[in-house]
Write a protein that binds this ligand. Structure first.
Ligand code: ARG
Length: 579
């Protein structure tokens, strides 16, 4: 089933073509800003009229006449407005028919698309030298949501957890592992907390020249493939990954070990990347390092900015690995899009490696390389979110804290509920709140992390939406109604019509999120949907209504619950049936 917007776009562009004689016409259909203007408006006619040299309002009227002749049941009324827009009012009955068809097949609420693509989503991708901290939250959550949205539409998704597992800091960690192992055996207890492990190793490094020398020697051994050092390194990496997967599990994020494509995976390819750049005459030597300079990347004083691919000591860099990864994704995985859900501070890095990759033909010409940026998480003081003592906050601690706070809230609201149930509900709300507060903000901005707002039962929050869902479910339970058992028979009131239209617009929002990767649009939509339901529920009595009217309204309530659930699922939130 096509969406309302697609249906109208097709209708209008056909009429635009027959009136103008032009072959491919863009109808440019959008939702209206005010209900007086109808439900949708088509803005595409104006550009075509201008091209033909006709009066845009007269042209729009001809298009309206052509559309009227087709008498599609979905259109109730049209008018030409402003400089030549066409306002379209939809027919309540046709909306209801569509809603009923979705009720009998709820999979149609978000239909799969006809031309799916293969897409890489690179997300989470922490550095394994340390524990995951709050800085990894946004990338992990936004990436998870995009994966869910794209998969739901039928795209083939290849998840890539591009973890940092290589580089000089691992020499220091191996040297420290070796020291501890001499005393304790294979798995030193200190590994239980990687943050402290890293800090202790760093203290040793800074204070003991012998240890520092050992660390440097360990990197060399590791990078030359010494089996003993590789084994220690693997043990460390494995431990660190275990920590990540505990977090993923808690978050309900679907990253598994199979999705791992660590930096070290590309090691054997790095020399070749430099060779390719050399052959394409893109390399220059600057201070002994091999660099690519592209004219579009300049600094404040107009000086060219380098992409360094090999240091003077022969070592490769973050950019070299990313060039190898682009090549792999483009030619081995053969994807149409490669999304990088990574902090906005790496913006220049990605612009540069994308440009170098295309220039050096390390990527297919047609591949779409997209940096999905996100801003920094700030504390209420407007500075990056940290503990009182200024340390970074471990992600796992933040999640536990959220569940703890949610438990207090749930206990406040429902003191009589058994403790185990309260705990279960609190865990769901705690995690959902953290996720939703990330996803509901425009990702490109920095945002202020605030417990009180995210855990509030009012406003655009997870608890509000989950509560709205549970409330509808409890109404349905009271009347023993399952989705599919009843149809919507009337939609006389504005509130009913508005709610039906809102539900039917879910796939349009999902399509935009898949294309532009802004999950906050889906959050806004769900918040508006819950609002439309509340207004319907106040204006249209269910309990007191006559039989037929009651079952019609219950059917609409069930459909709303279904839309809320499917929408929340795309955000990685499973709403509770009872709260
Ligand atoms: N490990 C990197 C970091 O923590 C992020 C990697 C993102 N992905 C990539 N292909 N560069 O900053």
């Amino acid at each position: 089933m096509d969406t309302l917007k697609e249906h109208l776009s097709n209708l209008v562009s056909t009429s635009l073509s027959s009136v103008s004689g032009e072959s491919k016409c863009n109808a440019n259909v959008v939702t209206t800003s005010k209900p007086e203007f109808g439900d949708y408006q088509a803005n595409g006619g104006m550009a075509i009229a201008k091209k033909l040299g006709s009066n845009p309002r007269e042209f729009a009227q001809l298009v309206v006449n052509d559309l009227a002749n087709k008498s599609d049941p979905i259109i109730a009324k049209m008018e030409v407005a402003g400089p030549g827009f066409i306002n379209i009012h939809l027919a309540a009955i046709a909306l209801r028919d569509r809603a009923n068809s979705v009720i009998s097949n709820t999979g149609d609420l978000i239909p799969t698309i006809p031309n799916p693509q293969r897409v890489v989503v690179d997300y989470s991708s922490p550095n394994l030298a340390k524990e995951m901290h709050v800085g990894h939250l946004r990338g992990t959550i936004i990436g998870d949501c995009l994966v869910r949205v794209l998969e739901r539409l039928g795209h083939e998704i290849i998840r890539q957890n591009h973890v940092g597992d290589w580089g000089t800091q691992f020499g220091m960690l191996i040297a420290y592992m070796n020291e501890l192992r001499a005393e304790q055996g294979d798995l030193p207890t200190q590994l239980a907390d990687l943050e402290t492990f890293y800090r202790s190793a760093k203290e040793r490094f800074d204070s003991d020249p012998v240890f520092a020398e050992n660390s440097r020697a360990s990197v060399v051994k590791l990078q030359s493939g010494d089996p003993e050092y590789l084994e220690v390194w693997k043990t460390f990496i494995d431990e660190s990954l275990q920590h990540c997967h505990t977090v993923y599990e808690k978050l309900g994020v679907s990253l598994s070990r199979e999705n791992l494509k660590a930096e070290s995976f590309y090691n054997s390819e790095l020399e070749n990347i430099v060779k390719v750049l050399e052959e394409k005459s893109l390399l220059s030597i600057s201070d002994g390092a091999k660099c690519v300079f592209l004219p579009q990347f300049t600094g404040k004083d107009g000086e060219l900015l380098p992409v360094i691919v090999q240091k003077s000591d022969g070592g490769f860099l973050y950019a070299t690995t990313d060039l190898a990864a682009i090549k792999y994704r483009s030619f081995e995985l053969d994807v149409a899009r490669s999304l990088y859900v990574v902090d906005a501070r790496q913006s220049l890095h990605f612009q540069q490696v994308f440009a170098v990759a295309k220039k050096a033909k390390l990527a297919d010409e047609d591949i779409s390389l997209e940096h999905i940026t996100y801003g920094t998480m700030m504390g209420s003081d407007g500075k990056p979110f940290r503990t009182r003592s200024g340390d970074t906050i471990k992600l796992i601690d933040l999640l536990d804290e959220s569940s703890k706070r949610a438990f207090e809230l749930v206990t406040d609201k429902n003191p009589d509920l058994e403790e185990a149930s309260r705990k279960l509900i609190a865990d769901e709300i705690g995690i959902a709140s953290v996720k939703y507060s990330e996803l509901s903000k425009n990702r490109t901005n920095d945002y202020i992390f605030d417990w009180a707002t995210m855990l509030s039962f009012e406003g655009n929050t997870a608890p509000y939406l989950m509560y709205a869902y549970a409330r509808i479910k409890s109404i349905l339970r009271k009347h023993n109604l399952e989705i599919g058992s009843q149809k919507i028979a009337t939609s006389e009131t504005t509130e009913e019509r508005t709610l039906i239209l809102k539900v039917l617009q879910l796939p349009e929002i999902v399509a935009v999120v898949a294309k532009d990767c802004y999950p906050n649009l889906l959050c806004n939509y769900l918040y508006e949907l819950a609002g439309a339901f509340m207004r319907f529920y106040e204006a249209c009595p269910i309990l007191k209504a006559e039989d037929e009217l009651r079952s019609s309204r219950l059917a609409l309530a069930a459909l709303t619950a279904e839309a809320l659930q499917q929408g929340l699922n795309l955000l990685g939130i499973e709403p509770l049936e009872q709260m």
